[in-house]
Design a protein around this ligand. Sequence first.
Ligand code: WT7
Length: 649
Amino acid sequence: MTEKDDRNMFSEEQPQPFLPPKDFKENALIKDDKPYVEAEKDSLGFWAKKAESLQWINKWEQVLDDSNPPYFKWFVNGKLNVSANCLDRHVENGLADKEAIIFEGEKGDSVILTYRELLAEVSKFCNVLQGLGVSRGDTVTIWMPMIPEAVVAMLACTRIGAVHSVVFGGFSPDALKDRILDSKSKLLVTADGANRKGKVLPMKGLAEEALEDCPSIEKVVVVERAARDYELKDGRDFRWTDLMEDADENFSPAEMDAEDPLFILYSSGTTGKPKGILHTTAGYLVGVNTTHRYVFDHRKADIYWCTADIGWITGHSYIVYGPLSNGSTVFMYEGTPDYPGRNRFWELIEKYKVTVFYTAPTAIRSFMRWGTQFPEGHDLSSLRLLGSVGEPINPEAWLWYHEHIGKNRCPIVDTWWQTETGMIMLTPLPGVTPLKPGSVTNPFPGIEADVVDDRGEPTEPGQRGFLVIKSPWPAMLRTLYEDHERYEHTYWKQYPGIYFTGDGAWKDSDGYLWIMGRVDDVLNVSGHRIGTMEVESALVDHKSVAEAAVIGKVHEIKGHSITAFVTLKEGVDGNEELLNELKSHVGKKIGAIARPEEIFFTLELPKTRSGKIMRRLLRDIAEQRDLGDVTTLMDPQVVAAIKDGYTEK
Ligand code: WT7
């Protein structure tokens, strides 16, 4: 492994682990290692038992069909409906008047939907979708702000048997277009605008830019959110409220096969083209239902808040499908932690008495920098459990979170997983696992993970290696949408028969796992995955750019920030104006999250003799490290020139 990651502790000197607090443990859903023992003995039996807690139309005939790897089938021939599991059965089982979603908007407006009300909304939207020609197997793209209608649209798709493709609202029209085209969506659900820190992002207008080249889209449904002027195209565009007004509140859930596609979610990979990660019905639901219940120690009275956007897998699995299938009350917030003030999240926790709070290290590091006065001004005593996800959490941030948010009372679950895994894979169980700040601890029961070297042999404690998953798990991706070859190549070729995660990791002498971040050309910026090639393609798309190399530079808050080295076409002047234009160009091609923080113009890029750009060298330059081994470099002078240019800045 050649990658370095300075953010991680790499020492065997460890402070005492944090044990689950006594009263937490006493009331915990899981208090001992029974699930680990059970799953160790018979993992398929373990998952079968977990699957029993869902509602099935027809029970499965086989738990796992692994006869055709890497194409796995779970709960073979089982029939069920996801929305029925998230809604109807709770309404039938006495939770009809329980709050399913408590929503607060950026402006302070709020909406509460009970399970009964959410079921009615979802059923109405199913009738709307059907009326607009959507049927089982069709794909629907959802490009929306963080509002309850987004959840309604997702659940309605699952009820009809349509496949949803949610695109993060922060992606640009170009990125939206690519995802619509790839998935051949028939219908788009969007909003007039999104509230963003007091301003309005004109979503419908932007969507229109995407739709110019999206022939597959037949109809567009627009939620009015931000009272924004926008145009409705006759016969194609419809207002959500107009359609919902007369829609019938009953719609019977489609009988879906366990392996019917549930959703596509695009995620960045190592090429310029995002991967359409495909999840199916039963295994995914069993996986997220079980992990949500165990990892977040689900209790009836919880007010559970996951701060992710529904446009990411965290939102899919732990705002929508995990918690709602467990009958939780989900708190949902439209805005950001710093608007109108840096106390916004703490104010919300106090107001709604949030009990479980799940966020990302990048947010925690921002909270740290803003200072303790913001959380200190609020009563956070309702909190009982904290979570972290998206990137490695540095021990300093962990300890700050534990002390200043959890007031030394709340366990922290640091959960490792991926869009591909669908469900949490490595995590503590809060009533059981002693915690070490910065470690994701152990695999979830029934998950077989390991750290291996280049040859696939397990590493010794303290030795860096690659994180792999050695046997199938229920919520695993089934393939990449219409690209089986890339699926096999990306995940299953490195070590035959073993799933390659793309992450570096090490085990300590207690067997605890420590994640070191990506080892491929994928960046993690503020917990969001961005492919270096994707940003490079966006740069090269600009008329002045000849070549570009993008790297992630270690960043105090974001984990990584994007730095680009760009060579311009002959005769183009690399001035400040062009620099800003290139940054905006990337923003336009992908979205603001991918905008490079710094761009450097260089005459050449360092390459190996075979022509591969040596990103490691560029990273070393950007982070001002010693350059290490440069023997494979074609022209060492190039590096010296870039280095000089960089340090002059
Ligand atoms: C990548 C997956 C899973 C939801 C959010 C991101 C990194 C995720 C952790 C963690 C260290 C983590 C990995 C992984 N990652 N959680 N707890 N500790 N790293 O989903 O966009 O699919 O990214 O995020 O590098 O491979 P994603």
